[in-house]
Design a protein around this ligand. Structure first.
Ligand code: ATP
Length: 367
């Protein structure tokens, strides 16, 4: 069992920098949790407080129900994999992996058994005699993970472990780490600013901004039910479109912006009643706007608009259109067979069942 709980945890550096503000969340046993957010949002600080490398200013950290605030890092039964791997350059791979166990005075045969087992899991058995400089980035990364595995810790902490790898290797290591998680049945806390890593690996994502937790949820919840405009804009690429609009009543409810008038599906009417004649932010993901010629959502006229094509970006499997309607600018990801050309006016269909509404003042999701 390895459950990690943070209760109203604060980190204030030098009495003034509020790096983490009132963080409360639970990481369940065997869960793969990703702390996600832009640079400087407090992810690494949170991870380092769990590891014991950073003192907790206020609040409580519990592991398996026991308060850990004042427990030494070495006694927390946690292993951390750093961004730069922190391998000892003069030691072989074997010795790098064995180092922590030697320090803890494990018997030699036990060390050998654990190192060989971890090397097998990670497919680095052939590399045990090499020095770190004789390894590729991906191999070094595996050694760093191996060093954590041999300790058989309660909790693994990963601090942006893939950020030094090239794009192709990142994709490969992503799926390897995911498989490893299943195999080890470990509790993992993983820090990244890469939303794709978070979406593909996490059981649960914790989104942070300016030291404050914005939302905790499954990848599906974070993507489909973002709590506010920050989360909505941070997850998904290209990002969700935000269009300043008003909700008006005219034989049903409509989204009305400078360049768009779109019918709101009946199912949302009750929820949006209180926003009639109020300004809101209309959110729609680029993949929910179609070139009318290839629309996957039914085009009923009431969910269709004309827009001028500003830029066409063909990516092969899909095409990104930058569109303008009145003063509104938005992006659509459309079928690559689109005939749309720059400066042309085209009809686009909005899948209004996928719409979001955010409060203009607070940015909080209404729908
Ligand atoms: P990155 O992705 O860039 O590592 P992060 O989300 O992990 O960012 P943190 O490293 O946790 O962010 O930093 C959070 C805030 O705390 C930042 O404003 C940072 O400047 C500040 N900070 C971090 N460490 C210290 C320190 N030792 N002393 C003072 N301020 C610090």
């Amino acid at each position: 069992m390895a459950k990690v709980e943070l209760e109203h945890v604060w980190k204030i550096y030098e009495g003034k920098v509020e790096a983490v503000k009132d963080a409360t969340f639970t990481i369940e046993d065997k869960e793969f949790v990703v702390l996600l957010g832009p640079s400087g949002c407090g992810k690494t600080t949170t991870l380092r407080m769990i590891a014991g490398l950073e003192e907790i200013t206020r609040g409580t950290l519990k592991i398996d129900g026991k308060v850990m605030n004042d427990v030494e890092p070495k006694d927390r039964d946690i292993a951390m994999v750093f961004q730069n791997y922190a391998l000892y350059p003069h030691m072989t791979v074997y010795d790098n992996m064995a180092f922590g166990l030697k320090l803890r005075k494990f018997p030699k045969n036990e060390i050998e058994k654990r190192v060989k087992e971890a090397a097998k899991i990670l497919g680095i058995e052939e590399l045990l005699d090499r020095k770190p400089r004789q390894l590729s980035g991906g191999q070094r990364q595996r050694v760093a993970v191996g060093r954590a595995i041999v300790r058989n810790p309660k909790v693994f902490l990963f601090d942006e472990p893939l950020s030094n790898l090239d794009a192709k290797l990142r994709v490969q290591m992503r799926s390897e780490l995911k498989k490893l998680h299943h195999r080890l049945e470990a509790t993992i806390v993983y820090v990244t600013h890469d939303q794709i890593e978070a979406m593909t690996m996490a059981d649960k994502i914790i989104v942070m901004k300016d030291g404050v937790i914005q939302q905790v949820g499954t990848p599906n919840e974070i993507y489909n039910k973002p709590a506010n405009t920050f989360v909505a804009g941070f997850i998904g690429s290209p990002a969700m479109n935000f269009i300043d609009s008003k909700i008006i009543k005219d034989n049903g409810l409509w989204i009305k912006s400078d360049g768009l008038k779109l019918k709101i599906p009946k199912q949302f009417e009750e929820l949006l009643e209180q926003y009639i004649d109020k300004e809101v932010i209309f959110g729609i993901r680029p993949e929910n706007i179609y070139d009318k010629m290839f629309a996957m959502a039914p085009s009923e006229g009431e969910n269709t608009a004309s827009a001028q094509v500003d830029v066409v970006e063909p990516l092969g499997s899909e095409t990104i259109l930058h569109l303008i309607a009145g003063n509104d600018k938005f992006v659509a990801v459309v079928d690559p067979k689109t005939q749309a050309k720059e400066e042309q006016i085209i009809d686009v269909v909005f899948d209004m069942n996928a719409m979001h509404i955010f409060d203009k003042e607070t940015g909080k999701a209404v729908l």
